[in-house]
Ligand binder design. Structure first.
Ligand SMILES: Cc1cc2nc3c(=O)[nH]c(=O)nc-3n(C[C@H](O)[C@H](O)[C@H](O)COP(=O)(O)OP(=O)(O)OC[C@H]3O[C@@H](n4cnc5c(N)ncnc54)[C@H](O)[C@@H]3O)c2cc1C
Length: 388
């Protein structure tokens, strides 16, 4: 094993690999990424992988929009596909959230996002499979879609390696060694790597690892379920992605006539002790709610599903920061159920923070850890925080 490196990244999910690639692209290639299992085996492997722009705050909207561009250009950047499929995205809220939706759309348009508030008639024309009502409001994003988390993660990893970075799977990090206020090494089950810089991107396992280094970050893993249905091809051949706040679900099409429904039940769990399958009562309730929105899905077949972990923070937005008081320690954690769409810009801005002292492409200062103690969390205009 390499005994020294300029920087060590902990975690081989989409974030760790994006950071590794972006560091290499900025010229920092004396790096090692350590993954306790295999690449893309954590939350990334469970992702619904929806790419949409509708958020209540500018920083996340901007990151999602710029990341969409990078997903579309992914092959030119990395040599491999991102699996981006354009489907369009509808956000659906009820009348009480009309003002919030309109304010969000206005902000997103200022940022440059291609989006609009649309009428019930517009929805019926663009997506006739959706049942919509006059007391509901809609935002539409024609460019949104989904991508493939495994292709993206391994694409970043492969290109980073070509540029000189090293990756070690099956190598759990047991401790980040800090002496006299500076990172000195990253300790693994297979030895020690001396380094002045460590980046924690360990998904739901980040909290305990940071705590061991004396850093307290309010992270709580939350179980989230994905139900898979096979569409009746003749009745619902396809559909756009929907973020349906009224029915408390998201749904996206997948290859093979599949539809993936994302449903949340507030169940905080340990990262290694949770039911990775779906609960049948949740499946039945999600199915019924989807049929309300897409009546043709009454003929759909249940094809299984899975559960994964959102690593939540109190405001459901990530912490992208250097650790105050420990030179050389950085974290990209707490993606709260919407990190995949942001991963390209997370990688770039973290790499800028690490190599240049601050992120220059997008100002990420409001995503610092200090916001919680200072009482400046980000806020959502909607009640369903994960949606926007
Ligand atoms: C069910 C579900 C649906 C989702 N849907 C969407 C969506 O539609 N759109 C969207 O944008 N986002 C979505 N997300 C969120 C998104 O998938 C995550 O935010 C993102 O994948 C997080 O990536 P990560 O690299 O931070 O974490 P992870 O993928 O968990 O990667 C962390 C890695 O670190 C490794 N690791 C942990 N501890 C150690 C250690 N001590 N030593 C070495 N390695 C370690 C783990 O094995 C893991 O591979 C969803 C998430 C889930 C669970």
């Amino acid at each position: 094993m390499t005994q020294t490196a300029e920087a060590v990244i902990v975690g081989g999910g989409v974030m760790g690999c994006s950071i590794l690639y972006n560091l290499a692209a900025l010229g920092l290639t004396d790096t090692v990424l350590l993954e306790k299992d295999v690449l893309a085996s954590g939350s990334t492997s469970r992702s619904q992988a929806i790419l949409r722009m509708h958020y209540s705050n500018e920083v996340t909207t901007r990151m999602a929009w710029e990341s969409l561009r990078l997903y579309r250009e992914f092959e030119e950047l990395t040599g491999g596909p991102s699996g981006y499929v354009r489907t369009g995205y509808f956000l659906i809220v009820d009348e009480s959230d009309r003002q919030a939706l309109e304010e969000n759309v206005a902000m997103q348009r200022r940022v440059g996002v291609e989006t609009d508030a649309v009428s019930m008639e517009d929805v019926r024309e663009i997506a006739p499979m959706l049942a919509v009502e006059g007391n509901e409001c809609f935002a539409y994003e024609p460019q949104s879609g989904y991508a493939d988390p495994y292709s993206v993660t391994t694409g970043y990893a492969r290109r980073a390696r070509e540029l000189g970075a090293q990756i070690r799977a099956d190598t759990p990090v047991t401790e980040i060694e800090v002496k006299r206020g500076s990172v000195t090494a990253v300790v693994t089950s297979q030895g020690r790597i001396e380094t002045p810089m460590a980046v924690v991107a360990a998904g739901p396992w980040s909290g305990p690892l940071l705590a061991k280094a004396g850093v307290d970050v309010p992270l709580r893993p939350l179980r989230h379920q994905v139900v898979m249905l096979r569409r009746p091809q003749d009745i619902v051949p396809d559909h756009p992605i929907i973020g349906d706040i009224v029915n408390d679900l998201s749904a996206r099409p997948d290859a093979g006539n599949l539809t993936l429904i994302g449903v949340g039940e507030d169940e905080f769990v340990g990262p290694d002790e949770y039911n990775q399958g779906v609960d049948m009562p949740v499946v039945e309730a999600a199915f019924a709610r989807l049929v309300r929105r897409m009546p043709g899905m009454a003929q759909a077949l249940f094809r299984g599903g899975w559960a994964g972990l959102f690593t939540t923070t109190p405001d459901w937005h990530p912490v992208l920061d250097r650790v105050e008081g420990i030179d050389g320690l950085y974290m990209a954690v707490g993606f709260s159920g919407h990190g995949f769409k942001l991963a390209p810009m997370i990688g770039l801005t973290m790499a800028e923070l690490i190599t240049q002292g601050q992120a220059t492409t997008i100002d990420i200062s409001m995503l610092g850890l200090g916001r919680f103690a200072e009482g400046k969390p980000l806020s959502s205009r909607y009640s369903m925080a994960v949606m926007a």
